[in-house]
Design a binder for this molecule. Structure first.
Ligand SMILES: Cc1ncc(COP(=O)(O)O)c(C=O)c1O
Length: 369
């Protein structure tokens, strides 16, 4: 297959307008296999209830967000005093890293690039701890413990990890947090994708955020609750001093009134939560099996709503596959810009079964040329 001239251009899942301009496909007609957003959209229940609350926009939200933090505490099973809310998990990643002002940071990678951007922006000497491809991107706990030098002040873990999809069990995180406590290192865990994990109770660090003051976890509603436009995220942190420093740096009312109402409704929408898990679990199993049967692909087991795949033939690159899929109105993620990955890696998120089938056909056709 010819390599189109896409190598110099990389598109993030939210770059639909840029893609529209290049491929002349209306943004609304593009199926985004790249943004990792739940394909179910907003639940009918949420839409109906939210639209009846529009008048909330005429008042400032509660500056303490007490009702929202109580609902989040019920949802997570933690102390409401430990909940911090933010304008998406993005704001919280930034606030935590800036408030911690880590001299030296270690980030498990390949991973989401914002941790490195924020750590560097906060003046930290930041580096990656490599999850090795030869080890299936699975963490080598002993190697991490030895890499954590006495002067490491921040460790960042995305769990489950974007883009590899794998997850670290809580028992392992517990030992890592314990070691970090002994060397004065703070552990920041991004659980943006944890609700998609098949065994979430075994993975989430919620009990650890209660146990350790040197650990915080972050989540958002963008992916699982299909609402990246709402900009709502939250963190759990039992260090009172750190929460106060964050609160002093945060813009007042950074979560708008509608997001405050939506959050309270979403976290109690158990039917939507179940429907999402049913869809993601069955499609993840089906798609992993189908792709794994292709000898030209290596598929990494995922605990998220996306799957990382390696092309085992140099005839097709992530860029050429991106281009072929894009011409059919499907946008996947070329992963060559992630640290430790190259042009043989691509990622796609799970969409509706019929869309997923179209993508599978496109991948299989590209590989059979
Ligand atoms: C791992 C991870 N964390 C955080 C974010 C940002 O999420 P939010 O929309 O909650 O700011 C993303 C978005 O892609 C992500 O993949």
């Amino acid at each position: 297959m010819n390599n189109p001239d896409t190598s110099s251009e990389h598109f993030h899942g939210s770059d639909l307008q840029k893609v529209e301009a290049k491929y002349h496909i209306k943004a609304s007609d593009i199926i985004s296999f790249s943004a990792n957003v739940n394909p179910l959209g907003l639940s009918d229940k949420l839409k109906a209830e939210l639209s009846s609350h529009l008048d909330c926009l005429t008042a400032y939200p509660d500056r303490e967000y007490t009702a929202l933090r109580n609902v989040i505490a019920d949802y997570c099973g933690c102390n409401a005093d430990h909940v911090v809310v933010g304008n998406g998990s993005s704001e919280l990643i930034s606030l935590f890293i800036r408030a911690l002002a880590p001299k030296k940071s270690l980030i498990l990678g390949p991973t989401y690039s914002e941790y490195m951007n924020e750590a560097k922006g906060a003046g930290s000497e930041a580096s990656y701890f490599e999850l090795k491809e030869s080890e299936g991107f699975v963490l080598d706990e002993a190697a991490l413990i030895s890499a954590l030098a006495d002067d490491t002040s921040l460790l960042v873990i995305c769990n489950p990890n974007n883009p590899t999809g794998g997850a670290i069990r809580r028992s392992v995180l517990d030992r890592i947090a314990d070691h970090c406590r002994s060397i004065g290192c703070f552990v920041l865990i991004d659980e943006t994708y944890v609700e998609f994990a098949s065994d979430m109770d075994d993975i989430t660090a919620v009990p650890l955020a209660e146990k350790y003051t040197n650990l915080a976890l972050l989540r958002g509603v963008s992916k699982f609750y299909s609402s990246p436009g709402l900009r709502l995220g939250y963190a759990l942190c039992s260090d009172t001093g750190l929460r106060q420093r964050i609160s002093m740096q945060q813009v007042p009312w950074s979560i708008n009134s509608l997001a405050e109402v939506a959050g309270r409704l979403m976290f109690t929408d158990t039917a939507f939560q179940q429907q999402t898990r049913d869809l993601i679990f069955s499609e993840r199993k089906r798609l992993t099996k189908r792709l794994s049967e292709n000898p030209l692909l290596k598929v990494y087991p995922s605990d998220s709503n996306f799957i990382l795949v390696k092309l085992l033939t140099s005839d097709v690159t992530a860029a050429s596959l991106f281009d072929a899929a894009m011409r059919l109105g499907m946008m996947i993620r070329d992963c060559s810009t992630f640290c430790f990955l190259d042009e043989s890696f691509f990622r796609f998120c799970i969409m509706d079964p019929s869309d997923n089938d179209r993508l599978m056909e496109c991948i299989e056709k590209c590989l059979s040329k």
